[in-house]
Design a protein around this ligand. Structure first.
Ligand code: TXE
Length: 480
């Protein structure tokens, strides 16, 4: 199976005819090749995007909206095909691809197809100066979208949909680890009548194809989701060219549990917020802080529930944990578990690889819970991005707030309490872009999404994304 680039509405091989193996995490086998695209492919994609821009940017909002909603409908009617491709490529449970990843990708197109019809700019009457100012919100031109492997189509479309809704043309690169659903998306775009060149998808490595997008002098903005180190590198390359940047990076999110919470709801949600998608979601609550009065009870109930999670082949019914995305990622996660123990953490459960009959070379790992002696240990400070959480007790609000904020990241936080004053106090003081209270990962696509500190720069979601993908221009007219 050969994945091809999607440029100017056509599927094409990379110019250099170089290919990279694509692995299936469930069995560790190579099941296809993807283009190892170079700067030359990015240039061809850029030219296609540039040629399409004039006409696309002048296309009415109704027409853009109609096409985006059509893409959404086609994704929904192809749910099985896309969900199976996502699971084969990424290792996540098929039930998750079917219920979350693909429906959300469809929702991204529908949401921004609708949002663009409601997007408005401001006008300011300069009273006393006899002038009126109005703001134009114009598309940027050709923009770059680079996405990671953990929620492949979900995050790819989270960038592409607002970019094209706002009238831009796109050169996009999905992760080389999970190219399949982005590959299939091209067909759907053609069927929906998206004009040639509006969306161009180039596959390949971050250091070559990704780098070429970021360094391209005429690609005006970069929307990137991925690792913090990569984000820092991208910022360094893009800044001297004054590109607009939206960087959604890593997280090490606190999950703060007070004794007065709704215990059962908290417990089941905490299992999910710890291990959904094998813990490979930047929003997972990977540091669990529990009020000391319920710490022992929580520890025993939580560990018991985690032990019940079934690890298995992603297509098997009833499993909750599939395969990790790649061998190297599995090794990285396991080395962190080792580090946790070396730092005097106590491994309360999990942490061993799992052999699934018939799929012995797949990347399976039991979900692990580490009780840490201090919030300062490495497993509590560094992003592991796998099925590993730390737990520790706390006594006071001040103490837990201090620990929650004492990491370099600031993406999301979860708080469990029924005390309204405490909720308001803590929510305002947490250094995070998103705070969930008595829930986790509840999303409304109109809300701003993004992090602070090393978790990124900028906000996506709702009109924030449409603002990012447009340039504001003030026009001032004197009428006297
Ligand atoms: O991400 P990379 P990786 C974290 C997580 C994970 C670590 C590394 O901790 O273990 O990052 O994962 C492209 N110029 N997250 O190595 O490398 C790359 O091809 C331009 C958190 O997979 O950041 C891919 O398309 N592009 C995260 C995308 O960037 C470059 C999700 C992400 O890859 C590039 C994933 C370059 N120089 C990992 N180098 C989250 N926040 O959700 C790479 N890329």
């Amino acid at each position: 199976m050969k994945v091809q680039n999607y440029i100017n509405g056509q599927y094409v091989d990379p110019i250099n005819d170089e290919w990279i193996d694509n692995y299936c995490p469930a069995n560790g086998e190579v099941y296809g090749q993807i283009p190892n695209s170079s700067q030359d492919d990015v240039e061809v994609a850029y030219i296609a995007a540039k040629s399409a821009f004039l006409s696309w940017s002048q296309t009415t909002f109704e027409e853009r909206s109609r096409i985006l909603i059509k893409i959404s409908e086609l994704l929904e009617s192809n749910l099985d095909r896309f969900a199976e491709a996502e699971t084969k490529d990424n290792g996540k449970p098929l039930s998750l691809s079917r219920s979350v990843d693909i429906p959300r990708a469809a929702q991204n197109f529908r949401f921004f197809g609708n949002a663009i019809t409601q997007f408005a700019s401001e006008s300011h009457e300069s009273v006393g100066q006899h002038a009126i100012n109005y703001t134009l919100r114009q598309p940027l031109g050709v923009v770059g979208c680079i996405s990671p492997w953990n929620l492949p189509l979900y995050l790819f479309t989270w960038k592409i949909a607002p970019a094209i809704a706002a009238g831009n043309c796109v050169v996009a690169k999905p992760s080389e680890v999970t190219p399949m659903t982005a590959y299939l998306l091209g067909e759907i775009c053609n069927e929906a009548g998206l004009p040639q060149g509006v969306l161009n998808i180039v596959h390949g490595l971050g250091t070559t194809a990704g780098q070429a997008i970021v360094a391209h002098p005429d690609i005006k903005a970069i929307s990137f989701t991925g690792g913090t180190a990569t984000g820092a590198h991208i910022a360094k390359v893009a800044a001297p060219m004054f590109k607009k940047l939206s960087l959604e990076l890593g997280g090490k999110n606190p999950n703060i549990i007070f004794a007065d919470c709704d215990y059962d709801d908290m417990l089941s949600t905490t299992v999910r917020s710890s291990f959904a998608n094998q813990g490979q979601i930047c929003l997972c609550g990977s540091r669990i802080f529990v009020e000391s009065t319920i710490y022992d009870k929580f520890k025993s109930d939580f560990v018991q529930k985690v032990k019940q999670l079934k690890v298995g082949h992603p297509s098997e019914q009833g499993i909750q944990i599939g395969a990790l995305v790649s061998k190297s990622h599995l090794e990285k996660v396991m080395s962190y578990i080792k580090t946790g123990i070396e730092e005097n953490g106590k491994l309360l459960c999990g942490g061993n690889t799992v052999e699934i009959k018939g799929y012995e070379n797949g990347y399976y790992l039991e979900p692990a819970v580490i009780e840490v002696p201090s919030d300062e240990c490495r497993v509590n400070q560094e992003e592991i991005f796998g099925p590993v959480v730390t737990i520790m007790p706390f006594n006071t609000e001040e103490e837990v707030l201090k620990m929650a904020n004492k990491v370099k990241y600031g993406l999301s936080a979860t708080l469990w309490t029924n005390d309204i004053k405490r909720t308001l106090r803590i929510s305002s003081k947490l250094q995070a872009g998103i705070v969930w209270v008595n829930t986790w990962m509840m999303r409304d696509l109109r809300t701003p999404f993004g992090g602070v500190k090393a978790s990124g720069v900028g906000r996506e979601g709702g009109f924030e994304a449409l603002r990012f993908f447009t340039e504001a221009k003030n026009v001032c007219i004197k009428y006297d």
